[in-house]
Design a protein. Sequence first.
Length: 134
Amino acid sequence: MIGRLNHVALVVPDLAKAAEAYRQQLGAKVSAPQSLPEQGVTVVFIELPNTKIELMEPFGAASAIRPFLEKNPSGGMHHLCYEVADILAAREDLMAKGARIIGDGDPKIGAHGKLVLFLHPKDFFGTLIELEQA
Ligand code: CO
């Protein structure tokens, strides 16, 4: 069912600093920051030849990634995003197999303007998984 690895998302405590480190030290191509108030994050994307890295910092007091940063003050890996051809078909299939979808179960518009949903990390060995309709 899952296809390409779309991106790996990392939470960082200081997005400007992290973007600069990727640009200066690693020589990466880093996008301009983009705030997504509905998701409570500000993100930059790093384009690699075979995938992307998403760096995220909290946006707003109620950001869902604040607790993550409290547990991991220097930052860390937050989720992996796999592409699927049909997100509703993927959801039905996963739910029939007993996997839990986070939230109300309805796909939302993600950072790339495409439909996404998240699978519970307890069902996938401690890793939060995002599915994105390619
Ligand atoms: Co993501």
